[in-house]
Design a protein around this ligand. Structure first.
Ligand SMILES: Cc1cc2nc3c(=O)[nH]c(=O)nc-3n(C[C@H](O)[C@H](O)[C@H](O)COP(=O)(O)OP(=O)(O)OC[C@H]3O[C@@H](n4cnc5c(N)ncnc54)[C@H](O)[C@@H]3O)c2cc1C
Length: 416
């Protein structure tokens, strides 16, 4: 590999997934890489990902699954950096990966802590200057260099760098470090900063009688509607809470709530979708049907849910499939599949996993992550206005964008 950065001073702000990778890759060249992190340690958010197991990628990466203003842009990124590329980098770092039957990738150790410890070791080996407990308060572009205002223990310094990687994250889970404090500095450099809102969080609705299902989990197809028009649909596990729904089955839709504040949003939860085909076959052949309707529903749903749906549909629990009337069946389907819940809000930044908003992707190159406005400035991870669903899509993007930026810093003419 040819390194074009001899003697170059490179600053990376933020030791999350994106910043750690950018620093590691950039340190393979001849420049001096400094990684600023205002937490006491690196990878604080990484530690809590995947419930402590770090779900780092997914076999089903697809541009259409990302919330992104430009599908072509995210497609170019995924073409350049897919699962194979991620696995290769992790393997080289000494972090072998495994995947679940449905294609979700984790470290072999199934431990986010192990991932963070290995990454920290690699940073030190690579000669990255790690400056933890150090806040970058501001940056600007002056006389051909990036000027950073740095605060370590109230000792404030002004430092200069040739290249700057902004990997300071979004605003989700602010107690883990990312508070969106550097978006104004990016705006100061001429970048657009689109409205920030939380994503991948619970959705609050008027549950009405469905409150009776509180605490129950379902695998369901959930859709969100704006003035009757469907904005999106997702399949996954959800839990009924006091205020609405939580879990991957709704989290993938929560960004729509932030994007359409105070508008007429409704949620529809199809509790039967994954099982309906099998049930419908049975219902179609009433003559052969042997069990009660309750018995049929119990194959897929908990008794509490079955009794709730039957009572809402005004069907006696002992009703045999053979005796079900068409009108009763329609009522059951309406309750269990075609319900509509008025949306009252979504989780705020404190309980939502990612951020939408930030710098539009149109201002960043999808293969090098260099700013199209300021040469030598790189924007990676959640700085960009983009979000994926649950399942490793966000870490894939954060790691991948950091890696591509770091590679470009070393070898802008010849990415290896
Ligand atoms: C509970 C939870 C679980 C998740 N689970 C998954 C999962 O399993 N799979 C998945 O794909 N995604 C998951 N995510 C999302 C994923 O963690 C993020 O998308 C990803 O970490 C974003 O990486 P990043 O490097 O852009 O930002 P961050 O990880 O937020 O890192 C940014 C870093 O910059 C530092 N920083 C910010 N401002 C400054 C400053 N001014 N000076 C110095 N340092 C600064 C912060 O302290 C932070 O360490 C989860 C998120 C949460 C909250």
């Amino acid at each position: 590999m040819v390194s074009y950065n001899e003697g170059m001073k490179i600053a990376v702000i933020g030791a999350g997934a994106a910043g750690i990778m950018a620093a590691l890759q950039a340190a393979r060249g001849d420049g001096q890489v400094t990684l600023f992190e205002h937490n006491q340690t690196v990878g604080r958010k990484l530690l809590v990902t995947g419930s402590g197991r770090c779900n780092l990628s997914n076999d089903n990466l697809d541009p259409s699954l990302y919330y992104c203003a430009d599908p072509e842009w995210i497609a170019r990124f995924l073409d350049t950096f897919g699962v194979a590329e991620l696995k290769e980098v992790f393997e080289k770092l000494g972090i072998p990966t495994i995947k679940t039957y449905d294609g979700w990738y984790y470290p072999l150790s199934q431990s986010a802590q192990a991932v963070v410890e290995i990454l920290r070791e690699r940073l030190l080996e690579a000669g990255v200057l790690l400056r933890v407990a150090t806040e970058v308060e501001w940056f600007s572009w002056k006389e051909g260099q990036f000027e950073l205002k740095v605060n370590w223990n109230e000792r404030k310094t002004v430092e200069h760098f040739d290249k700057l990687v902004v990997a300071a994250g979004g605003k989700a889970y602010p107690e883990l470090g990312s508070k969106g404090s550097l978006f104004p500095a990016l705006a100061g450099l001429g970048h657009t900063v689109e409205t920030i809102s939380p994503a991948l969080g619970p959705i609050f609705v008027d549950l009405g009688a469905f409150k009776a299902l509180k605490g129950l989990r379902f695998d369901a197809v959930t859709s969100i509607y704006l003035d009757g028009e469907r904005l999106g649909s997702t399949y996954g596990n959800l839990i009924v809470t006091e205020k609405g729904f939580n879990g991957p089955g709704v989290m993938n839709l929560s960004h729509f709530v932030g994007l359409h504040p105070d508008q007429n949003l409704e949620l529809q939860v199809n509790f039967l979708a994954p099982f309906w085909e099998g049930m419908a076959e049975e219902l179609a052949d009433l003559e052969k049907a042997r069990s009660s309707l309750r018995g049929l529903l119990l194959r897929a749903l908990a008794p509490k849910a079955v009794d709730f749906f039957l009572s809402q549909a005004e069907i006696a629990p002992e009703t045999q499939i053979k005796a079900v009337e068409g009108e009763q069946l329609l009522r059951l389907l309406r309750v269990a599949t075609d319900n509509r819940f008025m949306v009252r809000g979504a989780g705020d930044f404190k309980i939502s996993q990612v951020t939408v908003g930030g710098v539009p992707v149109s201002e960043v190159d999808p293969c090098s992550f260099e700013s199209k406005l300021v040469r030598g400035l790189y924007l990676v991870g959640e700085s960009n206005n983009l979000a994926g669903p649950c399942g490793g899509y966000n870490l894939h993007y954060a790691f991948g964008s950091g890696i591509l930026a770091g590679k470009h810093l070393v070898s802008s003419k010849d990415n290896e």
